[in-house]
Write a protein that binds this ligand. Structure first.
Ligand code: SF4
Ligand code: SF4
Length: 447
């Protein structure tokens, strides 16, 4: 049986899995933003002049949808102020001057063998360690798992890693197979399920063989080999490939009884529970033609992008764009001073070679965008109505169901800025509905 979905594209993957993983030397200063997850931002728990140990909590929020943030180095807090955030805006951050001692915080001990079998103890630890969706979604993992208990019957671990360039998950599978399987087992136990499905694309057969040699069945895990196709790593596509279930437009995997957790998140759960280690580092793919020496680097959270580039030998060409994540779904960062956060899987420094815009592109009505849309949308018409600002027809063509995978733009011979347009259109719809809601509330208040 073929494990995949309808539509999708085959970009040049530009992966280099045999490039050994390096350790990026921690920077002189780390910047720890208080917002590294979806939900309530953290409130700083330290002040300027405090000494912090590596792994110490420096920000938290008791709201259920939140996750604490931790110091990724030891040293002195030199600023608590808004700093550039990788996703735009200035966000409250704790800046720590590295004393290069990596003096560890000992607040979190590894869980005991009994606790490693106890769903509540595991969930408590996942929250305490600040684990969020590290595939990029950054949804607090403990909240996600807890919300699925009793409603979700299929746990899927996402091992597709279908974005070009990115290969941190592939490396994690090969370097830490046993730890990863133990992490998945913990997520499975916390979810109250007997089995987890690990969906991995077959361009990672070396990793699949290594994982199988560690007997995943002993951990209650079945590996599902998936066809190689972008965007196989999107949650909805994982659900379809593994279970055959269709997530309705606007719906979530949990709506069809599935929860999807990323490879790197499962590994973070292992570290939190077995090692007592919070999320303070991750593998980041640092690449792009502007860089002298691209790497997969184990990188401390809070490492500024400019410093990362220096650690890769600096630039050989002037970068035109910093892309966070992969080139298909990634977003552009606006400052070299912004730091890596928990959800940063890749930092790509692109030149015009990778970023060729066409001036005044014109649609040739070839229909190629329609054939690849995994959501069965009709991008050519969505774009036409977006250009006219025609909300009624944008809604009729379900523009808000687009999940911005970039397949249509990739397949468009005219290089129409389709995905960018749909992203903007979704924001326009959001603003419109907020305005309408405010107007309705004002009207109600006047009664
Ligand atoms: S319309 Fe949206 S979901 Fe469909 S291919 Fe384009 S970006 Fe992907
Ligand atoms: S692929 Fe591009 S050129 Fe072809 S119909 Fe779609 S938008 Fe037009």
């Amino acid at each position: 049986m073929s494990h995949t979905f309808k539509g999708g594209v085959h970009p040049s993957y530009m992966k280099a899995p045999d490039v050994p993983m390096t350790v990026i030397a921690p920077p002189p200063q780390v910047i720890i933003p208080m917002a590294q997850h979806i939900g309530a931002p953290c409130i700083p728990t330290v002040k300027v002049g405090d000494y912090v140990t590596m792994g110490q909590v420096v920000g938290e929020n008791p709201a259920p949808v939140s996750a604490p943030v931790h110091a990724s180095v030891s040293g002195k807090v030199v600023a608590v102020e808004p700093r550039h955030h990788p996703l735009g805006d200035m966000i409250m951050s704790v800046v720590i001057e590295n004393d290069y001692q990596d003096s560890p915080c000992t607040d979190m001990k590894p869980l005991t063998p009994e606790q490693l079998k106890d769903p509540d103890a595991i969930l408590h630890r996942i929250r305490e360690a600040g684990v969020v969706g590290m595939g990029g979604a950054m949804f607090p993992t403990a909240f996600k798992i807890r919300g699925g208990i009793g409603k979700v019957d299929k746990l899927i671990i996402n091992g597709a890693e279908c974005e070009p360039y990115l290969n941190g998950d592939h490396l994690t599978m090969k370097r830490y197979p046993e730890q990863l399987l133990k992490g998945i087992e913990l997520v499975r136990i916390a979810s109250g399920l007997d089995k987890a499905y690990y969906g991995i694309e077959t361009n990672k057969m070396d990793a699949i063989r290594i994982l199988r040699s560690h007997y995943p069945e002993n951990y209650g895990i079945e590996i599902v080999e998936e066809d190689v196709k972008y965007p196989q790593g999107a949650e909805k596509m994982q659900v379809k490939a593994v279970t055959g279930r269709e997530v309705k437009p606007g719906g979530l995997p949990s709506g069809v009884g599935c929860n999807v957790v990323s490879t790197r998140t499962a590994y973070a759960v292992y570290q939190a529970c077995y090692e007592g280690k919070p999320v303070i580092e991750r593998i980041v793919t640092v690449a792009g033609s502007a860089l002298k020496a691209p790497v997969n680097g184990l990188t401390r959270v809070g490492t500024p992008f400019g410093y990362l580039a220096e650690q890769c030998g600096g630039f050989v060409k002037t970068p035109r764009k910093i892309v966070l994540g992969g080139p298909m779904m990634g977003i552009c960062a606006t400052s070299f001073d912004a730091p890596t956060i928990k959800g940063t899987a890749g930092v790509l420094f692109f030149t015009e070679e990778e970023d060729r815009d066409v001036e005044k592109p014109s649609c040739i009505r070839c229909g190629k965008c329609i054939t690849v849309c995994p959501m069965n949308l009709e991008p050519v018409f969505m774009y036409m109505y977006y250009s006219k600002g025609d909300y009624e027809n944008m809604a009729k063509y379900h523009i808000t169901d687009c999940f911005e995978c970039g397949s249509c733009s990739f397949n468009c011979p005219a290089r129409m800025p389709l995905t960018h347009a749909f992203k903007t259109a979704k924001l326009m719809f959001q603003a419109k509905s907020m305005k309408e809601k405010a107007a309705a509330e004002a009207k109600e208040a006047r009664k």
